[in-house]
Ligand binder design. Structure first.
Ligand code: XMP
Length: 516
């Protein structure tokens, strides 16, 4: 069985990064909220080691979360990070105090003694850069522990009990601002916990195929293809597992980018020979959207119409027992929220969430354990074209949320042309991979211009390009002015009906990436 590391989440903003680093070192891991990890959980998970994450609470207060005692009784190595270190110390008999010398950001630790966690990474006497973010600090150690690194604000910046293989770090090894942090985590998983580092995409591929076959049996599966990375990798993996019992449905909403429908059809039918139903439902979507200018209503209409079309097509294709979805790990992690309360809906994301209930289908979600970059690696493992795997994200409601005001076929055609020019220039400039997402937006205004000797009175497009790591925050991409001028000139000259081009420099927050 693959080695598994359990990461117990105490609500840190960066818990997912611990998982990223562990997996990059070739070790499978999962995150579970501290409130769910009890003795039974630990026993059934059977971890090779446990990592306790940081968190926003203070162990100096009575009602804050603790690690279940089963974690320390499991006989496996435990690494406590920040809050995780503090709760470990407090629970095992040491002391934590509300710190008067808070440390936030870059700090220096001095390595004072060797320990198995530092082996081959840090030597005694060295001063090393780390990233700290704590108010409380450990002031007395439990029996068996010794300090192995100190910082100005934390006399116990790193602690070790080599006999029990328990380690604590006051700093965050999972962030890039701790330059040797990934190496320390690797020492913990490999040298201390003895993991083999055999979690590779080749291994995942063969395990996933076995699991898909077990789950699906002789059943039939439908998969909605959007042309994006997640649904495409899901489809290719499923096809490898169950062959012709997979039917892919590609709904052309009329709100796709230039050439997108052809690309999907060519790739899946031509290259992979995967049974594909291609439905041109553009008229149906455009009719349903006729005259609608409210962004939330547009999203709801598209979501509902998609479900109707998909359901009809699945029946027409002979029905199915399972629906395949490209759900990823970040969507299924249940993280601890100490702030509680429902969050405000900024946008109703369109997905196929309503489908399984409506169609009474069970789900197959073979990518549920993967992060986005692992999905790309799996796609490469499956021999999928790089161009598809590198693709920028595209929202479910498509161009409808990039056409401000009511949507029409003419407007979608206009926008597609401008968008294609922008993306082509980005590609030519070699900037595609440096950008998270780039697209054009059609604004509901007209402006005066002059072409030749004639007055024009045409629409405006805004160009949007952002950098981001997860879509949650974003910065506008700092193009050269000459690049933007070239794109603007091409758009206005080549697309009749567009008279002006502007560039959106708003970051997220406060702006969102899409305009609606
Ligand atoms: P926002 O506009 O909220 O977008 O900053 C964040 C990311 O999500 C994408 N997005 C969507 N993706 N269905 C999707 O599958 C949607 O309804 C949807 N709305 C926005 C957006 O393109 C960006 O990558």
């Amino acid at each position: 069985m693959t080695d598994r590391i359990l990461i117990v989440d105490f609500g840190s903003q960066v818990t997912q990064l611990i998982a990223r680093r562990v997996r990059e070192a070739g070790v499978y891991c999962e995150i579970a909220p501290c409130t769910r990890v009890d003795a039974a959980f630990v026993a059934s998970f059977a971890p090779r080691a446990i990592i306790l994450s940081g968190g926003p609470a203070s162990v100096t207060e009575a009602d804050t979360p603790r690690a279940d005692p089963a974690i320390f009784a499991a006989g496996v190595p435990v690494l406590g990070i920040c809050y995780g270190q503090q709760t470990m110390v407090e629970q095992l008999g040491g002391r934590v105090e509300a710190g008067h010398s808070r440390e936030f950001g870059r700090a220096t630790v001095e390595v004072t003694a060797p320990c198995a966690l530092f082996d081959g990474v840090w030597a005694p006497g060295r001063r090393e850069t780390v990233w700290m973010s704590h108010g409380d600090r450990v002031t007395a150690l439990p029996a068996g522990f010794r300090a192995v690194a100190v910082s100005e604000g934390a006399p116990f910046a790193a602690i070790a009990d080599d006999a029990r293989r328990f380690y604590g770090l006051q700093f965050h090894p999972e962030v890039v601002h701790t330059p040797h942090g990934a190496a320390l985590l690797r020492t913990f998983t490999h040298a201390v916990a003895g993991c083999g580092g055999d979690w590779t995409m080749a291994a995942f591929r063969s395990q996933a195929i076995v699991r898909i076959r077990e789950r699906v049996g002789e059943g039939r599966v439908v998969c909605g293809l959007s042309g994006g990375v997640d649904s495409s990798v899901t489809a290719v993996l499923l096809h490898e597992a169950i062959g012709e019992r997979l039917t892919c449905i590609f709904v052309d909403t009329g709100l796709l980018r230039h050439g997108e429908a052809d690309e999907v059809v060519t790739l899946f039918r031509g290259h992979y020979n995967i049974p594909l139903v291609h439905v041109d439902a553009s008229q149906r979507f455009l009719t349903a959207l006729d005259g609608v200018d409210d962004p939330e209503r547009k999203r709801k209409i598209i979501g509902a119409t998609f479900i109707d079309v998909f359901d009809e097509e699945a029946h027409r294709a002979g029905g199915a027992d399972f629906l395949a979805q490209g759900t990823l790990y970040p969507d299924v992690i249940e993280s601890v929220s100490f702030h509680g309360g429902p969050s405000v809906t900024i946008k109703s994301h369109h997905n196929v969430g309503g489908l399984p209930e409506r169609m009474k289908l069970a789900l197959v979600e073979p990518l549920r354990e993967l992060f986005k970059d692992e999905v790309r690696a799996l796609g490469r493992e499956l021999g999928m074209p790089d161009r598809l795997l590198r693709r920028h994200p595209f929202p479910g409601p498509g161009l409808a949320v990039r056409i401000l005001g009511p949507v029409s076929r003419d407007k979608a055609d206009l926008l597609r042309k401008a968008d294609a020019i922008f993306l082509q220039e980005i590609d030519l400039a070699g900037l595609y991979d440096a950008i998270w997402q780039a697209f054009a937006v059609l604004l509901p205004v007209r402006t005066v211009g002059v072409m030749g000797d004639a007055r024009t009175y045409d629409a405006v497009v805004a160009l949007r390009a952002v950098t981001s790591t997860d879509g949650m925050t974003a910065d506008s991409y700092p193009f050269d002015h000459s690049f933007l001028a070239r794109v603007a000139a091409r758009i206005v000259n080549e697309v009749r009906g567009l008279g002006r081009v502007v560039y959106d420099v708003t970051s997220k927050p406060p702006g969102t990436i899409e305009w609606e």
